[in-house]
Design a binder for this molecule. Structure first.
Ligand code: GDP
Length: 312
């Protein structure tokens, strides 16, 4: 078993990766803001660029209105100044003040801490559960994974592969189609019995039937809580789906309640602007970002690095 990468090395590597990823959004803004003077069309282009980056219609319009008003008041449309003003406003929107720590690592956290992963299939839920287990292992925590996505047989196999990769035991059903809540119950019982530090439960994310999804997730939560309190419900959102992710997010927030978001596939997308909408509309922070398919490609969300990336 390969040793997990150290946190500073991982963060430096992932930052470099993010900076090197294609960012048409940053380039477009750079081109506009490199001009001597901003015309009306340039302002519209700034707004369109923010929209393209999924910052959301309302927030984009508001940002540009404020910047334009400021520049009228001060009588300057010097792109360098506008750029700095935009940086400050984006930082404000991205919410630098939000507490993004995982509840499992906070002072006085329950032990074993329970994290439930939710999200639509294909967003990267199972992969993120594996990577998250790895982060805790790197921190010398004992971790257990629970495969409560019993709908697809392949899902438990995939989680088991991740468990083997990161050196963490996986609790799964004996047979396909078992009750997901019973797996969650058993995983919580085992985590308690074996005195684990963290239990991460992977769930199914079929959105076709909202009532079913709500029933299933609600039951997983209630049944888990018979053994252990749930500290965290992390919603996994795929950054490349942009604003469509918001509709999904609302369904899950309603179904089970969420304490944070993991934004995956940021390595393949310049569309990170959804961070703004998620936090504003759901009132929960983006806590982690996925920057690739490998076991060490998960990092804490860094608002400053993120905004600098947008403006790069
Ligand atoms: P699930 O159905 O939500 O459990 O999704 P999976 O974990 O199976 O992931 C779906 C696909 O997305 C897989 O091919 C993953 O390797 C890939 N994936 C997950 N997270 C990331 C990420 O942060 N970056 C990239 N590039 N791919 C990712």
């Amino acid at each position: 078993l390969e040793r997990p990468e150290t946190a500073p090395s991982r963060i430096a590597r992932l930052r470099a990766k993010l900076a090197a990823s294609s960012n048409p959004f940053g380039k477009a803004l750079f081109n506009i803001l490199a001009k001597d003077h901003l015309s009306e069309t340039d302002w519209e282009d700034v707004e369109d660029t923010l929209l393209l980056a999924d910052v959301g219609a309302e927030a984009s319009a508001q940002l540009v209105d404020e910047l334009r008003t400021d520049s009228r008041i001060t009588g300057t449309s010097d792109p360098a100044q506008v750029r700095e003003a935009l940086r400050v406003k984006l930082l404000d929107l991205v919410g630098t003040g939000m507490d993004r720590r995982l509840n499992a690592v906070k002072e006085g956290a329950n032990r074993p801490s329970v994290i439930i992963m939710v999200g639509v299939n294909g967003t990267g839920k199972t992969t993120t559960a594996g990577k998250l287990a790895r982060l805790f292992v790197a921190d010398d925590k004992s971790v257990m994974l629970g495969a409560a996505d019993t709908f697809r047989a392949a899902a438990a196999d995939q989680l088991q592969t991740w468990g083997a990769k990161v050196g963490v035991p996986v609790v799964r059903a004996d047979k396909d189609g078992a009750d997901p809540a019973s797996v969650a119950f058993e995983a919580a019982a085992k985590a308690k019995e074996q005195d684990a530090d963290v239990l991460i439960i992977d769930t199914a994310g079929r959105l076709q039937n909202k009532a079913n999804l709500m029933d299933e997730l609600g039951k997983i939560r209630r049944v888990t809580e018979k053994n252990l309190p749930v500290d965290e419900v992390l919603l996994v959102l795929d950054a490349t789906t942009g604003q469509n992710g918001m509709a999904q997010a609302k369904v899950f927030a309603e179904a089970i309640g969420i304490t944070g978001v993991v934004l995956t596939k940021l390595d393949g997308s310049a569309k990170g602007g959804i961070v703004v909408s998620v936090q504003k509309e759901l009132g929960v922070p983006v806590k982690l970002v996925g920057l690739g398919e490998g076991p060490d490609d998960l990092a804490p969300f860094d608002p400053e690095g993120f905004v600098d990336g947008i403006l790069a």
